[in-house]
Design a protein around this ligand. Structure first.
Ligand code: HEC
Ligand code: HEC
Length: 290
């Protein structure tokens, strides 16, 4: 028995490389060396990985992980960023923790800082009922107009926010439209018709409906239906409505009464946030086309 027989490697005459000896129908494979650049790339990535393991957080150990020599933590960085923001915000936020809210309105740079934050507060807490732009909807008054149930004074608005309207708060504002279900049907219809025409013009002084209105409604809504800020009775003479001022909706209001509920915010928002929102609401009304 002789051992395997070794031929001297064949050399390709064109490139000068040895061939591997594999031969497919006369096509031969060259034995080219592994490219150096690939080897260097592998060495470098390997070194990079080792250095990162040493310097940066890398390996999980149980519930913890290796911190790395640099001690970097993105969690820590994020927390510090938030604290920074908070500190910047509380700088101006504390200024809203004041009795004299109205004065802050004149501080234009402060208002410019605060209004975007107020907008977020409004979207989070108020938009569900009053709409994202404060436009209101059936049962929820618009806040972006110049008509008010209680007041346009930011301090009084802040108080409304604190105690709520028909809310479970002990000092809540009470806005009660009593039911007039005891009235005759034709009286109700006459009143509904009268009320539905009020935004377009004054009452006819001597009509029976006007007399009914003076007797039953003026105490709260005013002699001419102009509304009463002291008891939250809306004006019936302007275009703004809570429920609607077409005869059908007014008839419903008269038959069943109304008692819209606005939550009290004193235990959900800070005093500064409430003042900020009161000013925001005033700004909304200011921006509205008059
Ligand atoms: C659950 C629904 C609801 C939410 C949430 C709500 N409101 Fe109201 N709000 C009402 C209703 C209903 C009224 C009218 C009550 C009535 O019928 O007199 C009202 C009335 C008001 C008024 C009085 C308007 C005027 O003309 O005098 C202001 C101001 C106001 N809301 C601001 C806010 C702000 C600011 C927020 C967010 C912190 C908010 N509301 C959240 C339902 C809501
Ligand atoms: C005790 C005071 C009081 C009396 C009396 C009263 N109202 Fe009201 N009225 C209110 C209040 C407060 C509201 C707002 C209720 C709410 O926001 O839920 C209201 C709401 C209304 C509305 C709804 C307006 C809207 O924007 O949708 C109409 C209409 C109305 N009243 C008509 C009348 C008429 C007509 C009479 C007389 C028959 C009358 N009210 C008597 C207090 C009163």
């Amino acid at each position: 028995m002789s051992g395997p027989h070794h031929e001297p490697p064949e050399v390709d005459p064109v490139t000068g490389y040895e061939t591997t000896g594999h031969d497919w129908n006369g096509i031969k494979e060259l034995n080219t060396p592994f490219p150096k650049i690939v080897i260097w790339a592998l060495v470098l990535t390997f070194l990079y990985a080792v250095i990162t393991w040493v310097l940066l957080p890398a390996w999980p150990i149980g519930k913890d992980y290796t911190r790395g020599l640099l001690g970097l933590s993105q969690e820590q960085q994020a927390l510090e960023g938030l604290q920074d923001l908070d500190a910047k915000r509380s700088d101006w936020m504390t200024q809203f923790d004041t009795e004299d809210v109205a004065q802050l309105r004149d501080d234009a740079p402060l208002m410019a800082l605060a209004m975007p934050a107020a907008n977020r507060l409004f979207l989070d807490n108020c938009a569900a009922c009053h709409g994202t732009e404060g436009g209101g909807g059936p049962g929820f008054p618009a806040l972006n107009d110049a008509t008010w149930l209680w007041s346009s004074d930011p301090e009084i608005i802040a108080e409304t926010l604190r105690v709520g309207i028909n809310a479970p708060h002990e000092d809540t504002r009470v806005a009660e439209m009593p039911a007039f279900d005891w009235m005759e049907s034709d009286e109700l219809t006459a009143l509904a018709d009268l009320v539905s025409t009020l935004p377009a013009g004054a009452m006819n002084p001597n009509s029976p409906a006007t007399l009914l209105f003076e007797e039953n409604c003026s105490a709260c809504h005013g002699e001419t239906g102009e509304g009463g800020l002291e008891n939250g009775a809306p004006s019936l003479t302007d275009a703004a409505v809570i429920y609607g001022q077409d005869p059908h909706t007014v008839l419903q209001t008269l038959r069943n009464g109304r008692r819209g509920v606005m939550p009290s915010w004193s235990d959900r928002l800070s005093n500064a946030e409430i003042n900020l929102l009161a000013l925001y609401v005033v700004e909304l009304a200011q921006e509205a086309p008059q």
